[in-house]
Design a protein around this ligand. Structure first.
Ligand SMILES: Nc1ncnc2c1ncn2[C@@H]1O[C@H](COP(=O)(O)OP(=O)(O)OP(=O)(O)O)[C@@H](O)[C@H]1O
Length: 234
């Protein structure tokens, strides 16, 4: 198993962001983690990345219980802008190379080209769409076993969304990498997901294989998600 949650509860103060979650992610699959705002998607990814720890229960990644050290094996695209504004794109790429032994410079160069990013530009000069693209370059250039994308489409236009999906399909190694995409924009990732997990108020309320959803139950992911949420009165 690539990732295992064993009865994980995560509290921030008295509030439970995740409540007794048990969940498994298999290697080499693309997962969609779907849920409305505040449902616990980011918390789930942060637990895998070792940025927060369970209040109770355990999270195991690649057979090891998660500590900060896991960041060496987990590539994490956050929803936050973490860029050093005065850096150029090239400098940022070189900075990542020094931070992560699995960072592949050739892959980064190819991704920059595909995404039509100018290496000489300062990060503060980039449009929001190009910042989104750069974040993806930095994440996908890593040959990490686990790739976590938190809202990779938020605030980006249709063309940028398209180029993100294309680069995912091109640069993910489907034999080696497990990818989890947290989003509430289901349409975008519908064609590329293997498995879909619905999360609501800190609980996993559904987990399905996308192909069997379509073929056996005749549901699109969006239809399935709406009906799963509907049963919760949402
Ligand atoms: N650092 C924090 N301190 C206090 N409460 C937090 C913190 N981070 C998250 N929470 C709370 O935990 C719950 C789950 O948040 P989380 O960010 O995991 O949800 P999400 O599904 O990613 O939402 P969004 O789509 O809005 O990013 C929310 O109620 C949120 O307010």
């Amino acid at each position: 198993m690539a990732i295992q949650f064993n009865q994980v509860t995560k509290k921030y103060g008295p509030e439970k962001a995740l409540d007794d979650v048990s969940l498994q992610f298999q290697p080499g699959k693309i997962y969609g983690l779907l849920g409305p705002n505040g449902s616990g998607k980011s918390t789930t990814l942060k637990l895998i990345a070792g940025l927060v720890y369970p209040s109770s229960g355990t999270v195991t990644v690649l057979e090891e219980e998660v500590t900060r050290k896991i960041s060496r094996k987990v590539a994490y695209l956050t929803e936050l802008d973490m860029f050093y504004d005065s850096f150029t794109v090239d400098k940022m790429v070189r900075f990542y190379e020094t931070q992560f032994p699995d960072f592949n410079m050739e892959k980064a160069a190819q991704l920059l080209k595909d995404m039509k990013l100018d290496g000489k530009k300062k990060i503060k000069q980039l449009s929001k769409g190009n910042r989104g693209r750069l974040k993806l370059v930095l994440t996908l250039a890593r040959e990490a076993s686990i790739v976590l994308l938190d809202e990779p489409f938020s605030g980006l236009d249709a063309m940028v969304r398209d180029s993100i999906i294309k680069s995912l399909l091109t640069y993910i190694d489907f034999d080696e990498q497990t990818v989890i995409i947290a989003t509430h924009e289901i349409d975008e990732i519908e064609p590329i997901m293997d498995e879909v997990i619905a999360i609501y108020k800190g609980h996993i309320i559904g987990h399905e294989n996308v192909e069997s959803l379509r073929e056996e139950q005749g549901y699109s992911v969006l239809e399935w998600f709406k009906s799963t949420m509907g049963q919760r009165g949402e």
